[in-house]
Design a protein around this ligand. Structure first.
Ligand SMILES: [Zn+2]
Length: 299
C-alpha cells in the first residue's frame, strides 16, 4: 500500500480527521439517505454515491482498498445484493483504491476512457511531486465511455456525463435523474479551494464549465454530492463556481501581464476569499500558484 500512503501523506486531506489519514481501522463509514433509492457514504477519500433497489447495487467510487470491507458492510446494512456496477468519477487513488477488491467480488468497473488510460500507465502528478505506478489489470475499468453512459436501475436513471479537462481529463459527473441527486466527483470540493490536477489534463476553466453543466440540470431541491466535503446544494455549488471564476479572472490578468507563478502568489489574488475557502487542504498560496501554473500551461 505504498501508493496509498504516499497519496495520503502528500494530500493530507483536511476534510478527514488526522487519525483517519494514517489508520484505516479508525475510519467509520457514514451513510446518508438522499432519496428513495439513493445514498451518500463518507469514509476516507472521495465521497461515495449509491443507488440501491430491486435491480442492482450501483456505486460511485470506492475510496481506499483497506476500506472495501467496511464499505461492503455498510452497503449490506441496506441490501443483501452485492455491488454490481462501480462508476469511477476519475482515476485518483482515493476514488479507485477499492476497484480491485470490488471487481474481484464481481462488480463491473465503468469509467471515462481516460481513466482507464491513466490507470494503465505510470503517472506523475507534478504539483504533489508524486509518481503513481500502473494499476493491476483487475483494478482497471472494463467498460469505458467517451461522452456519457446511462444506467437504468432501481426505478432511477443514473446518467454519467464526461466533463472535459476539469479536475482531470477523465471526470464524470453523475445525475440521478428521478431522485434528483448529482455526484460531482472532484470537480467540486465543497467549501474549500480544490486541487486541480494539471498533470492529468485538468484546467480551472474546465472545472468551471463542469460546475455550469451541473448547475444547468440542478434545481433548489437537488442534493449535490461533492468529491470532498459535506453534502451540498445548488446555491453552494454556485458560490463555489463563482469563486473559481473570480480567481481565474484575477490570476489570468496577472499571467497576461507577464507575472510568474511566484509573482502571482506574492500578489495574494485570493486574499478576500481565503476566510471562506482557504481552510481546506489546499492553502491560499498553493491555490494561487496552482491556478497560475494551470493557466500558464494551458494558454
Ligand atoms: Zn481527485
Amino acid at each position: 500500500m505504498r501508493n496509498a500512503r504516499t497519496w495520503i501523506a502528500a494530500l493530507a486531506f483536511a476534510a478527514l480527521p488526522a487519525a483517519a489519514q494514517q489508520d484505516y481501522s479508525k475510519v467509520e463509514i457514514k451513510t446518508t439517505k438522499l432519496g428513495a433509492t439513493t445514498y451518500m457514504m463518507e469514509g476516507a477519500g472521495g465521497n461515495l454515491g449509491l443507488s440501491i433497489g430491486e435491480d442492482a447495487v450501483f456505486l460511485i467510487d470506492d475510496q481506499f482498498a483497506p476500506l472495501s470491507q467496511k464499505i461492503t458492510a455498510a452497503i449490506a446494512k441496506l441490501t443483501d445484493k452485492p455491488v454490481k456496477f462501480i462508476l469511477n468519477t476519475h482515476w485518483h487513488f482515493d476514488h479507485t483504491g477499492g476497484n480491485e477488491n470490488f471487481a474481484g467480488a464481481g462488480a463491473i468497473l465503468v469509467a471515462h476512457e481516460n481513466v482507464r488510460h491513466r490507470m494503465s500507465t505510470e503517472q506523475f502528478i507534478e504539483f504533489l511531486k508524486m509518481t503513481e505506478k500502473p494499476s493491476p489489470k483487475g483494478a482497471l475499468p472494463v467498460v469505458t465511455f467517451a461522452g456519457s453512459v446511462t444506467f437504468h436501475l432501481n426505478g432511477d436513471e443514473m446518467r454519467a456525463m464526461h466533463v472535459p479537462r476539469a479536475h482531470t481529463d477523465g471526470d464524470a459527473i453523475v445525475h440521478f435523474v428521478n431522485t434528483n441527486v448529482i455526484h460531482m466527483g472532484d470537480v467540486y470540493f465543497n467549501g474549500m479551494y480544490p486541487f486541480i490536477d494539471t498533470s492529468s489534463g485538468g484546467t480551472i476553466q474546465g472545472t468551471i464549465a463542469g460546475c455550469d453543466r451541473a448547475l444547468a440540470i440542478a434545481n433548489d431541491q437537488t442534493k449535490i454530492i461533492p468529491g470532498h466535503g459535506p453534502l451540498s446544494n445548488k446555491a453552494e455549488l454556485k458560490a463555489y463556481r463563482d469563486m473559481l471564476a473570480t480567481v481565474a479572472e484575477r490570476v489570468g490578468k496577472l499571467v497576461a501581464a507577464g507575472k510568474t507563478v511566484e509573482d502571482v502568489a506574492a500578489a495574494k489574488p485570493t486574499a478576500d476569499l481565503d476566510e471562506k475557502w482557504g481552510k481546506g487542504f489546499i492553502k491560499p498560496e498553493q491555490f494561487a500558484q496552482m491556478v497560475a501554473h494551470n493557466i500558464l500551461k494551458n494558454r
